[in-house]
Design a protein around this ligand. Structure first.
Ligand code: PEP
Length: 256
């Protein structure tokens, strides 16, 4: 049975002080939820502070991006090792905002995933189609390409269980428009099929595939109860502590 995985992507929101207060207040609220893997992804400036605030709790910390090189003349970039040193155990890779606004490609995603794994960071690898691609009927083909070019070259069979794949339809991110439970399940089942083709039944069954795109407390349950949906990547709603805590609680397997 896969443990549900729920992560908060704060994007470029929250000062260090705001992030610290959130982390301090959030940890006690979710301390008894040990059957969901819970992660906060603050901006880089707050990462170390949040990691310290969450030390010895059941809440992990993620970077929102990283560079694939270990070090070098890459102004403005952060390596996997630097994230680890700052206290991260996870890193979001290939978010659609990185792809559309910062030119990230499947090729760079593959290099980042490989570098994250070798630094012992759990990659939260984002894939998903744009509205135009969905309307053209290309959703599954886009997922195939992103898996084939972005994930498969970087992930060995032994590492599949460490990988978290986030299916995030671009048209649902920050728009208030959520995929229906059926649309999410169709995409997730397809992703799992492709993982099975690539890595075999047993390995594919261990990989968490989570949904992202306007997840709120009110729509969490219908999404996470789909057989191939193993949790959520939450942007806007995660900025509110109570809303995010509610999403975590509703992502438990046994909640009714
Ligand atoms: C995201 O940024 O990954 C995301 C899913 O955002 P939102 O929940 O705001 O749609």
């Amino acid at each position: 049975m896969r443990i549900p995985f729920v992560a908060a992507n704060w994007k470029m929101f929250k000062t260090v002080q705001e992030a610290f207060l959130y982390a301090k207040e959030f940890a006690p609220v979710v301390k008894d939820i040990t059957d969901v893997e819970i992660v906060l992804a603050p901006p880089f400036t707050a990462l170390h502070t949040v990691a310290e605030a969450l030390r010895n709790t059941n809440v992990g910390v993620a970077g929102q991006n990283m560079h694939f090189e270990r070090e070098g003349a890459f102004t403005g970039e952060t390596s996997a090792g630097m994230l680890v040193e700052a206290g991260a155990g996870y890193v979001i890779i290939g978010h659609s905002e990185r792809r559309t606004l910062f030119g990230e490609t499947d090729a760079t995603v593959a290099k980042k995933i490989a570098a994250a794994l070798s630094a012992d960071l759990v990659p939260i690898a984002c894939i998903g189609e744009t509205l135009a691609e969905r309307e053209r009927g290309d959703t599954l083909a886009v997922l195939d390409r992103q898996i084939h070019d972005g994930l498969a070259p970087a992930v060995d069979p032994a590492d599949v269980s460490k990988l978290v794949v986030a299916y995030e339809p671009v048209w649902a991110i920050g728009t208030g428009r959520t995929a229906t439970a059926e649309q999410a399940q169709e995409a997730h089942a397809h992703i799992r099929r492709r993982l099975r083709d690539q890595y075999g039944e047993e390995a594919a069954a261990t990989c968490r595939v989570i949904y992202g795109g306007s997840v709120k407390p009110a729509n969490t349950r219908e999404l996470v109860t789909q057989p191939d949906v193993d949790g959520a990547l939450v942007g806007g709603a995660s900025l509110d502590l109570n809303a995010f805590a509610e999403i975590v609680a509703r992502s438990r397997r046994d909640t009714v």
